[in-house]
Design a protein around this ligand. Sequence first.
Ligand SMILES: CCCCCCCC/C=C\CCCCCCCC(=O)OC[C@H](COP(=O)(O)O[C@@H]1[C@H](O)[C@H](OP(=O)(O)O)[C@@H](O)[C@H](O)[C@H]1O)OC(=O)CCCCCCC/C=C\CCCCCCCC
Ligand SMILES: Nc1ccn([C@@H]2O[C@H](COP(=O)(O)O)[C@@H](O)[C@H]2O)c(=O)n1
Ligand code: MG
Ligand code: MG
Length: 223
Amino acid sequence: MLNKYARAFFTRVLTPFAAFLLRRGVSPDAVTLIGTAGVVAGALVFFPRGEFFWGTIVITLFVFSDLVDGNMARQAGISSRWGAFLDSTLDRVADSAIFGGLALWYAGKGDDNILCAVAIFCLASGQVVSYTKARGEAIGLPVAVNGLIERAERLVISLVAAGLSGLAAFGVPGIEILLPIALWIVAVGSAVTLGQRVVTVRRESAEADAAGSGDRHSGAGAT
Ligand SMILES: CCCCCCCC/C=C\CCCCCCCC(=O)OC[C@H](COP(=O)(O)O[C@@H]1[C@H](O)[C@H](OP(=O)(O)O)[C@@H](O)[C@H](O)[C@H]1O)OC(=O)CCCCCCC/C=C\CCCCCCCC
Ligand SMILES: Nc1ccn([C@@H]2O[C@H](COP(=O)(O)O)[C@@H](O)[C@H]2O)c(=O)n1
Ligand SMILES: [Mg+2]
Ligand SMILES: [Mg+2]
C-alpha cells in the first residue's frame, strides 16, 4: 500500500537530493551499500542495548537511501540488473539487522522470551514473504499480489513504534508498550501476507501449467 501511494511523494521529495549526489559523482551502488551499512550499524549498536530512540533515528537517516539509490539510477539512466540484485539483497541484510537487533534486546536485558520469538518470527517471515515473490517471478509467474504487509509497512510500523517506545528513556510513561504491539502486528500481518502470496503463486502456476504456457520444470532445481 505504501509502495503504491507513498512512493510517488518520496520520489518527488528525494529527486533533488538524488540529483545532487549524482552531480557529486556518487554512484547508486555506493548509496545502496552505505545506506545498508548505516541501518545495520544503527540496529545492532543501539537496539540490543534498548536504546530504541537513537537506534530509530540512525536507522531512519539511512533507510531512505533505499529510495534514493533507485531514484539516482533512473535519473542517470543506469538502472541495471546488478543494481536490482544488490538493492534487494541488501534489503534482506538491513531487515535482518533491524529485527535481529530487537530479538537480541529481548533475549538479553529486555528479558522476554516470547517477544524474542516474535521478533525472530518477524525477521524470518519477512524474508520468506520477499522470497515468495522473487522465486515466483524467477519461475516465470507474474506474482500479481503484494499482500497486506510489504516491506515498507513492516519497516514503518516497527520503526515508528521503536522510536516512540524509546521515549520511555526520556520519562514518557507507558509508551514502551508500543513496540511489543507493533511486533505482534508485523508478525501476524507477515503471516497473512505469506498466505496471500502462496495462494496467488499456487493459482498462477496452475493456470500457467494448464495453459501450457509455463515451463513446468523452469528453475525447479534452483533454490
Ligand atoms: C518522537 C519521535 C520518535 C522518533 C520516531 C522516529 C520515526 C521514524 C519512523 C519511521 C521511519 C520509517 C521509514 C521507513 C521508510 C522505508 C523506506 C523504504 O526503505 O522502503 C522500501 C520500499 C521497498 O523498496 P524496494 O522496491 O527497493 O524493495 C523491494 C521490497 O523490499 C520487496 O519486499 P516485499 O515487499 O516483497 O516484502 C522485495 O521483494 C524486493 O526484493 C525489494 O526490491 O520502498 C517503498 O515501499 C516506497 C514507499 C516508502 C514509503 C515510506 C514511508 C515512510 C513514511 C512515513 C514515515 C513517517 C514517520 C512518522 C513518524 C512519526 C513518529 C511520531
Ligand atoms: N544500486 C542500485 C539500486 C537500484 N537500482 C535500480 O532501482 C531499482 C529499485 O528502485 P528503488 O526506488 O526501489 O530503490 C532496482 O530494481 C534497479 O533497477 C540500480 O540500478 N542500482
Ligand atoms: Mg532502493
Ligand atoms: Mg530496496
